[in-house]
Design a binder for this molecule. Structure first.
Ligand code: ADP
Length: 308
């Protein structure tokens, strides 16, 4: 008899008032002006309890990711895509390191999107996004995404006219197609306050080990803060759909943002109700072969050919 190798994922202590997906989900009435980036909505436990909860979430995430990976290896078609959008210093990198970093890197497909290359520019803006979608069994992570094309491109007027309503429609259709093909999409807008951003930029300058993260161009982005916020609000309002809803993550407290995204990822994986793939071989017969090999080894028979 083969036994269950690991305990089935279950619940662990939590101080959430409701599932994070409900608490953080935003839609067509989202108002960035009244958003508090320093809040910890629905979490009453404080930082210490959050770090403890992160450990439990990490264990569950790790097991569920392995189940997803195993399913992908056995003909499954499902995957998860975590989309991270945010201004510089909002903590996207920290999410990749501290949240996604809790699972086996073999099962993660990470992609960041910078200024489009010449080749990318010669295609539709969704071309590079489509090419980066996670394969079955994987957790895809987009550090920036298709939304750059309705954010930075909009604020800096990098295309003519007013194509935003049309682009929102295109993105919604694209995401629907991705969701219908078996990818659960988890979209997180990491929203940091301008004061906290300034503090983080200052810290980057003050510390030798952070200089590599500092980019003088980041201040230009900051100069257009209001235009960016308006673009974020419009994008979120128009692209938060049933198949790919937006979550607004208050990002001034790194510990809260990391916990919140961990919970969203966990909920996405739990929703897949992942099992372990059944063996496509005769387990009892293989156990007999192993028993025979052990017996041979004990008797000192050098390299017994296993029957099978
Ligand atoms: P990060 O700032 O995330 O660490 P980079 O330093 O590579 O990464 O910056 C990526 C830059 O590329 C950002 O300023 C972003 O706004 C820009 N970018 C991403 N996508 C586009 C796009 N489609 N058009 C223009 N700029 C883009």
């Amino acid at each position: 008899m083969a036994k269950e190798g690991k305990k089935k994922s279950g619940t662990s202590t939590r101080a959430w008032e409701a599932p994070a997906s409900q608490l953080l989900r935003v839609g067509s009435d989202f108002s960035i002006g009244s958003f508090d980036a320093a809040a910890t909505p629905g979490w009453s436990g404080g930082e210490k309890a959050a770090l403890k909860r992160m450990k439990d979430v990490g264990e569950e995430l790790s097991e569920l990711q392995e189940r997803l990976f195993a399913e992908g290896k056995h003909g499954g078609t499902r995957s998860v895509l975590l989309v991270l959008q945010g201004m510089d210093t909002a903590g996207k990198g920290g999410i990749v390191r501290h949240v996604v970093g809790m699972v086996d890197p073999q099962g993660v497909h990470h992609r960041s999107f910078g200024v489009p290359t010449e080749e990318e520019r010669s295609h539709h803006y969704l071309w590079r996004i489509r090419n980066a979608l996670p394969k079955p069994g994987k957790i895809g992570v987009f550090d920036r995404s298709q939304y750059e094309d309705v954010l930075v491109v909009r604020v800096n007027r990098l295309v003519d006219g007013d194509p935003w309503p049309e682009r929102f429609g295109e993105i919604n259709d694209f995401e629907r197609e991705v969701a219908e093909s078996g990818t659960v999409i988890v979209k997180c807008a990491m929203l940091v306050s301008p004061d906290e951003q300034l503090r983080r930029l200052e810290e980057r300058l003050a510390r030798l080990d952070k200089h590599w993260k500092y980019n003088p161009g980041d201040l230009n982005e900051r100069e257009n803060w209001d235009a960016y916020m308006a673009a974020y609000e419009d994008a979120i309002r128009n692209t938060s759909t049933d198949w790919a809803p937006w979550h607004a993550i208050p990002a001034d407290n790194k510990w809260f943002a990391r916990l919140a995204v961990s919970e969203l990822l966990l909920e996405a994986l739990q929703g897949l109700e992942l099992g372990w793939p059944a063996a496509d071989f005769d387990v009892a017969a293989e156990q007999s072969r192993i028993a025979a090999a052990k017996d041979a080894a004990r008797r000192g028979v050098p390299s017994m050919r296993l029957q099978g």
